[in-house]
Design a protein around this ligand. Sequence first.
Ligand code: TYM
Length: 330
Amino acid sequence: MKRSLSGIKPTGNLTLGNYIGALRNFKNYQDDYENFIFVADLHALTLPIDPTFLRSNTKDIVAFYLAAGLDKDKTTIFLQSDVSAHSELNSILINYLYMGELSRMTQFKDKSSKLNHEAIGVGLFAYPVLMCCDILLYNADVVPVGEDQKQHVELARDLVHRFNTRYNKEIFVMPEAISPKVGARIMSLSDPTRKMSKSDPRGDIFLKDEPNIIRKKIMSAVTDTDTDIYYDPEHKPGISNLLQIYSALSDIDIKEAEMRFKDMHQYGEFKKIVAETVLKEIVPFQERYKSFLNNETINDVLNTGKYRASKIANKTLTKVKKTVGLYVHE
Ligand code: TYM
């Protein structure tokens, strides 16, 4: 059976972008794939973060996974920090990637550009190495992610090629990034030329926002001054973003969404429909999330996940250790 793996980093509050681009799609892989979904908690340490927030956000994400339809009997749900093989493989594979390629990563460039050069953490720079380890430890065939993570999966592909060629053996499986046809890059509602990210309270819809706040944010989304509703990200980024959100949550393509609104020339009416579409999906999701958010459920899921994930990850780690010449003994 093929394997699928993905994860979310517990920095900031999860957004509708995370939901549409990734979270919502994770359950699609649990029947036909061996599905691994984890919380990338070690990755959250690459920028300063409050420990109490990190802990509670990690729990939240596990509850979100369950609310999004992941079943712990079908999907291995675990914490990255619970499986020590991630850090161990990181110590090995960090030697197989180059400064040049890591400094070309868009996400690193974006994040580090906001920092004083002297204060850029080594972990932030080396972040994609750990992400390669996450993927390669489980020999994932597919990696469901939003648009912004594709470059990191490309790097993992380069690394697989490099490593397998160097040792002339199929040690790692070649992973492939998979993104949803619609919704792989949800934009900010306050500035639709920027990606919706976990750090913009005005332009983001947070998965924990109250329904009236969600409605308000959508109704005040920035658009153009025209009245026609069609998809043109370059000239109509705001309307195109709302169409994207509507299409993704209605499970239809953009063309069909455009058809539905072609005779409606009122942005206010359109926004109302988009808001109702979002609420129809998010309100029941929030209720399920609350029902899963107790220590007993979360710990039970994580203990099972830790056991299953460690077994597979340790097997890969041992294979890699032997391949590179480390002395493995019983
Ligand atoms: P993270 O936590 O930033 O984002 C989690 C997922 O949400 C997607 N996403 C979006 N999709 C559409 N529109 C948006 N505006 C939007 N914002 C975020 C991301 O593409 C991602 O799929 N490095 C990863 C976590 C990670 C990982 C991995 C993922 C660590 N190891 C191994 C896959 C496999 C990250 O920071 O995602």
